[in-house]
Design a protein around this ligand. Structure first.
Ligand code: FES
Ligand code: FES
Length: 261
């Protein structure tokens, strides 16, 4: 299978963990100068003072972090919290058609649950702040930013990630359209773009208007103009700027979707 096919199908080039972009971090790390002990360093005195500086700032940070007075009730409570294990809670989910009974940390986001606990690493973490759309999945038929959503609030939900769109090697029409229209470059944003586009097609079919929909009285499906696509996909950013291909891919998928219905 080609790399392109794997990006569209499951969000990465056959790598189980991480993303294509992860490689860049490793390459940067490999080219960095190793640390040299102060005794071998021509500027040893500078190195010692730097170490002293770091120790000093660490102590200062520790001092600032200790906001409660030792012996006080608040301090005792803080200490208890630090040692008590977090109580996991039950969570029932259907993910890509498969029912799962899980025990989860109540603080975990849906994105981290998918990636870290369930190893569904097709869904990407870009900003972790709801700004890029790389983490888009479909929950209960709606597209959401999984980084902004606590896993526990999805108890009983049905979640679809990029891995759940294809049927074996038969790609979803939106995945095929992204392949055929060069709707990506590095592929990092692509799983989110594809999930967003899949949900978008359902939204226009149901006649849900967007900010740029002119005729709000028009019954039935919304006519998907380029302006509509840009507006409706605006929550998914692409650092590579593959936007012309993305718009063309959504147009192609929309044409095929309209012919089928
Ligand atoms: S990782 Fe969720 S919006 Fe960026
Ligand atoms: S294809 Fe690289 S970020 Fe979109």
């Amino acid at each position: 299978m080609s790399d392109d096919f794997e990006i569209a199908r499951q969000g990465s080039k056959g790598k189980k963990n991480g993303a294509p972009c992860d490689r860049q971090d490793n390459e940067v790390a490999a080219t960095q100068e190793p640390w040299t002990p102060a005794s071998n360093n021509a500027i040893g005195t500078e190195a010692i003072s730097r170490r002293g500086f770091l120790q000093g700032t660490a102590l200062l940070a520790g001092g600032l972090a200790a906001t409660t007075v030792p012996g006080s009730a608040a301090h005792a409570q803080e200490q208890r919290r630090a040692v008590e294990p977090v109580r996991k809670l039950p969570l029932s989910l259907t993910i890509n058609g498969e029912h799962k009974e899980l025990q989860v940390d109540p603080r975990i986001s849906l994105l981290d649950l998918l990636r870290e606990q369930l190893e569904l690493t097709g869904t990407k973490k870009g900003c972790d702040h709801g700004q890029c759309g790389a983490c888009t999945v479909i929950a209960g038929g709606r597209r959401i930013n999984s980084c902004l959503s606590l896993a526990l609030v999805h108890d009983g939900d049905s979640i679809t990630t990029v891995e759940g769109l294809a049927k074996g090697d038969a790609l979803h029409p939106v995945q095929t359209a992204f392949l055929e229209n060069d709707g990506y470059q590095c592929g990092y944003c692509t799983p989110g773009q594809i999930c967003s586009a899949v949900a978008l097609l359902d939204e226009v079919k149901k006649g849900e208007p967007s900010y740029v929909t002119e005729n709000l009285q028009h019954p039935g499906p919304v006519e998907l103009s380029v302006e509509e696509i840009k507006e409706r996909m605006s929550g998914n950013l692409c650092r590579c700027g593959a936007y012309p291909g993305i718009v063309a891919a959504v147009q192609q998928a929309y044409r095929e979707h309209s012919q089928q219905s």
